[in-house]
Design a protein around this ligand. Structure first.
Ligand SMILES: Cc1ncc(COP(=O)(O)O)c(C=O)c1O
Length: 360
């Protein structure tokens, strides 16, 4: 068959491999590979989705007015400066489509989210991965990598899969040091989980310049299956991104569920509280079996097995017993595995299995 040749840059892309969700050998599966919320969506959001399902023949509100209004209220930001997307992945792809052309460089850190590289390549740009220090983004290294071709810098804060974060002061420092024509994107997919006093999602930097903050409903709000995310930036940036956005890019059910989830602070608080209670517990249990768990402020934990083969063997052992977690070799961490923080029962099951594995 004669095929139309694909764009050359596309052939450099290794397709993003999401966390698996199926295993054939077991009855019960523990899905801890994709940083999903183990408690599900807010029951109020579920009730609303059921109620409005029969109106699905109508197109959604293309301007996402109610959701943007609720986001503005919840995060203390300007409604007119918010754009919604089919997951925050779509917002990230809008950014690259708008600002990255062949010859342009896009900086992200070596253990940063894989979609930064993919979206850059899709648009013919050059991905520039810079070293981290102690599994944390390093401002000096980022600044040293800037060239006259740099267009965008992506920072996930907190970062997936390391679980580390830049403080408010460090973010401000990075912003201050970056040349003003470079767009700084602060990806806050896990922001809701962070309860550190020195943390900021970076929204305060938007007023002063070339900064875009992104967020998602896929993690703490438990709506990964619906695909809703958002971005916050200056009216000038929004004007550009809205030229790319499809007219009805977020479905009506997704918009309604996201809005209801934002209003249900009680559910969100419960989800975050349970997660943050489990992190020290899981860390301690892992240390008891001589596994290094890196500090995390997200809903996942990075566990170091010391050797690449041992991490692979642990992953296989867990799979045989029904637990799916995430290999992170593609993130430059081949001796590690990333485990999503599930329920207490999920975590006890994982720890029991890892204990057996370490003794075998
Ligand atoms: C750091 C980071 N950013 C963005 C995303 C994209 O999430 P979504 O497209 O579901 O909003 C993820 C998903 O895992 C992530 O880990």
């Amino acid at each position: 068959m004669v095929m139309t040749p694909a764009n050359k840059a596309i052939l450099e892309i290794t397709p993003y491999k999401g966390g698996d969700s199926k295993l054939s050998n077991v009855d019960k599966i523990y899905r801890l590979a994709s940083n999903e919320c183990p408690y599900g969506p807010s029951p109020k959001a579920v009730a609303l989705m059921q109620e409005i399902a029969s109106t699905s023949h109508r197109y959604p509100d293309g301007g996402a007015h109610e959701l943007r209004q609720e986001l503005a209220l919840s995060y203390g930001i300007e409604q007119e400066q918010i754009i919604c997307g089919a997951g925050s992945d779509e917002i990230l792809s809008f950014i690259c489509a708008a600002y990255v052309s062949p010859g342009d460089e896009v900086i992200y850190t070596e253990h940063g989210f894989l979609m930064y590289r993919i979206s850059t390549l899709v648009n013919g740009g050059t991905p520039v991965s810079v070293a981290e220090k102690g599994l944390k983004a390093d401002i000096d290294t980022i600044i040293a990598a800037v060239t006259e071709n740099t267009k965008v810098v992506f920072i996930a804060n907190p970062n997936n899969p390391t679980g580390s974060y830049l403080t408010k002061a460090e973010l401000a420092e990075l912003h201050a040091q970056l040349p003003k024509h470079i767009l700084l994107v602060i990806d806050g997919a896990y922001r809701e989980y962070v309860d550190k006093v020195d943390y900021s999602d970076g929204c305060e930097l938007v007023a002063s310049g070339n900064v875009m903050v992104t967020g998602t409903f896929s993690k703490a709000f438990g709506l990964g299956g619906l695909r809703v995310g958002w971005g916050y930036a200056s009216p000038e940036i929004l004007d550009i991104l809205n030229r790319i956005r499809g007219p009805f890019n977020v479905s009506g059910i997704a918009l309604a569920a996201a809005t209801a989830s934002l209003k249900d602070k009680e559910w969100l608080n419960k989800v975050v509280e349970e997660n943050n209670k489990l992190i020290p517990y899981v860390t301690e249990q892992l240390e008891k079996i001589s596994l290094k768990a890196y500090p995390t402020v997200g809903n996942f934990i990075l566990v170091d097995f010391g050797e690449d083969d041992k991490a692979i063997a642990a992953d296989e052992y867990l799979r045989e017993n029904g637990v799916i977690i995430r290999r992170v070799a593609a993130y430059g961490l081949p001796s590690c595995l990333r485990i999503t923080i599930g329920t207490k029962e999920d975590m006890d099951f994982v720890i029991a299995n890892l204990t057996e594995f370490m003794q075998s």
